[in-house]
Write a protein that binds this ligand. Structure first.
Ligand SMILES: [Mn+2]
Length: 288
């Protein structure tokens, strides 16, 4: 339902009004994985996760080699296992490092062994960073992984103990809400963007609805109070646009059943508009 809510909220029109040409590739279907065994009985819907990851991995690997900015609409954040791993494969073929900006209340850095809930939307970032135990997802070990040091998680406010250890061990950049309160979101984001630019990197942005405060974005199954504000979120998107670095985008975890008159879907579309260049006034380009 998430992708159709974005279509109804005018995502394509918003981007076209900004001068972009838009192609809707329609809804994809998960690959048939037969009766694939789950690596851990606690995992929920494992065969569906594997099927979707295989489809999205192939699609993103193909789209990622073109001079376009794919926007992947979800759906569960487990989607990013396929989109980010596919974009990483494309980046490797282009000979450029892939960086990932993960805008989320959660760090999604569980492996199939550490997850207690079995919720697979808690695992995609660990998978794309090449943590062990994920071979059943694609049926082969993941060849082109994302360097965990090239990952920045922004807006986080809910991390499990097992994740905290793994994030520290792998050198993932984690900026929590307290740092945003103390230092301001622009001051946290700018050094990361400078790093991407200095490395001639490609940048995948994964925007989870729960990055936003539930007061302004209620349509998500995993609300955590104390999220980013309307202005903080738009500022991030505007800075991303000014940087010219973004090469692909996920919009995930929108559940239209939980929305209030479409306000979350509309906000996500507006934020995407900011990322693709909408602004109130033209400003001199800031150097990153
Ligand atoms: Mn997430």
């Amino acid at each position: 339902m998430g992708p159709d809510a974005y279509r109804t909220a005018g995502l394509a029109d918003t981007l076209e009004d900004l001068g972009h040409s838009v192609t809707d590739h329609g809804n994809l279907k998960p690959a048939d994985v037969g009766d694939l065994a789950s690596p851990n009985p606690v995992l929920k819907n494992f065969p569906a996760y594997a099927g979707w990851t295989r489809t999205l991995h192939q699609k993103a690997a193909q789209l990622g080699e073109n001079p376009i900015v794919p926007v992947y609409l979800g759906g569960d954040h487990a989607m990013a296992a396929g989109t980010v791993s596919g974009q990483a494969r494309a980046a490797a073929r282009l000979g450029r490092p892939l960086f990932v900006l993960w805008l989320d209340a959660h760090s999604d850095f569980h492996t199939f062994d550490t997850t207690a809930s079995g919720n697979l939307h808690g695992t995609p970032l660990a998978f794309v960073c090449g943590l062990p135990g994920f071979d059943a997802l694609l049926g082969d070990p993941l060849k082109h992984t994302v360097d965990p040091k090239n990952v920045e998680i922004l807006g986080v406010r809910s991390i499990d103990d097992a994740e905290r250890r793994q994030l520290l061990d792998h050198g993932v950049g984690v900026r929590d809400m307290r740092q945003i309160d103390e230092d301001g979101i622009a001051g946290l984001l700018r050094p990361f963007l400078n790093r991407v630019k200095a490395a001639n990197g490609l940048l995948h942005v994964s925007l989870d609805v729960d990055f936003l405060d539930p007061d302004i974005a209620p349509a998500v199954g995993t609300t955590v109070p104390g999220g980013t504000t309307f202005r903080e979120a738009h500022l991030v998107m505007e800075m991303l646009h000014d940087s010219g670095l973004v090469s692909s985008l996920d919009l995930v975890e929108l559940n239209p059943f939980l929305d209030e008159r479409g306000k979350t879907a509309r906000l996500m579309v507006e934020l995407t508009g900011s990322l693709f260049g909408r602004r109130v006034f033209d400003r001199p380009t800031r150097s990153f």
